[in-house]
Design a protein around this ligand. Structure first.
Ligand SMILES: Cc1cc2nc3c(=O)[nH]c(=O)nc-3n(C[C@H](O)[C@H](O)[C@H](O)COP(=O)(O)OP(=O)(O)OC[C@H]3O[C@@H](n4cnc5c(N)ncnc54)[C@H](O)[C@@H]3O)c2cc1C
Length: 272
């Protein structure tokens, strides 16, 4: 439970963090809230030689309207998403999903950028970001590039981020207050999702139904061609590959995906 030795440096800005990443090379890692990285280090599943602390990088925590989108700084903490008036009015799915992450301590430390960059398929926010059709802004030594959420997640703890890049901002379309739902099935309050389902604007994304957050494409197609919620939800587990673990076998997860999708779509329909 004691991590391997590491050096520690503090970044004052995101530009500074990118510069430090380039300086320290592939064995360096940024630390944001530390609520996923530190457990990994204590279990010796991660052993960076240098930790670059970006927690206090100026101008990296915000939620604001920019044109037809809401821009969210990567260092915005889960608790700040929950409390955001902008999200409540323009993209409430993300605020609701953030409220389901862990407990108050986790929500006051963990950041949306950390959660999305960590790419744990059981996490709450990655599926919401996918359902929101977010654009992710990455910054490396060569400047910034934009990647759609659908192209960002590659697999367990793997994304298109290269070791010298930071996730700096997430942008989601403004949806207004209607048409969204989130359902998370847990054994105990504050647990990780056994299965989660996020929906907004007719898109549906699943947590913990494969090695990365997945769009329920068959359900979305059925909805678009006029199927009932019940019929569309019955297709939610198609093309998924859920894991088996001590909490649920694959069949049970498929069952949950169908039931939770129906509930999430019903909630979305009740919020016109
Ligand atoms: C007790 C407990 C319960 C939890 N319960 C839940 C839960 O129910 N649902 C859930 O979804 N999550 C849960 N979490 C995880 C929590 O949401 C984490 O805060 C989150 O997954 C990681 O965010 P972080 O800011 O702490 O990232 P960190 O731990 O600091 O970093 C995680 C990884 O992302 C990288 N990283 C961080 N920020 C960036 C960036 N801007 N650009 C590029 N790479 C970056 C780091 O190098 C590291 O590899 C829980 C954690 C704990 C400890």
């Amino acid at each position: 439970m004691i991590p391997a030795a590491f050096d520690y440096v503090k970044a004052d800005t995101l530009d500074h963090a990118v510069q430090l990443l380039a300086e320290h090379g592939e064995d360096a890692k940024v630390i944001a809230g530390g609520h996923s990285l530190l457990p990994m280090m204590k279990l010796r599943l991660a052993f960076p030689t240098v930790l670059i602390d970006i927690r206090r990088a100026a101008d990296a925590s915000y939620v604001r309207v920019e044109g037809e989108e809401v821009a969210i700084g990567a260092l915005t903490r889960h608790a700040d998403l929950v409390a955001s008036d902008v999200l409540a009015a323009e993209a409430p799915l993300l605020a609701e999903v953030a409220a389901h992450v862990g407990d108050p301590q986790v929500r006051h430390r963990g950041t949306i950028g950390g959660s999305v960059a960590h790419s744990d398929p059981a996490a709450d926010l990655p599926s919401a970001v996918l359902a929101s059709d977010a654009t992710l802004v990455l910054q490396g030594p060569g400047g910034r590039r934009e990647v759609k959420a659908a192209d960002f997640f590659l697999g367990y703890f793997e994304t298109v981020l290269s070791p010298d890049e930071l996730l700096v901002e997430l942008r989601v379309p403004r949806t207004g207050t209607g048409g969204w739902g989130y359902e998370k099935f847990v054994r105990r309050a504050n647990d990780w999702a056994i299965v989660g389902v996020a929906t907004v604007a007719g898109r549906v994304a699943l947590a913990n139904m494969g090695n990365k957050p997945l769009r329920a494409a068959r359900t979305e197609e059925a909805l678009a061609s006029g199927a009932s919620i019940a019929d569309a939800a019955a297709l939610a587990a198609e093309d998924t590959s859920p894991v088996e673990d001590m909490h649920a076998n694959a069949d049970y997860r498929r069952h949950l995906a169908r039931v939770l999708t129906r509930r999430a779509l019903e909630a979305a329909a009740a919020r016109p």
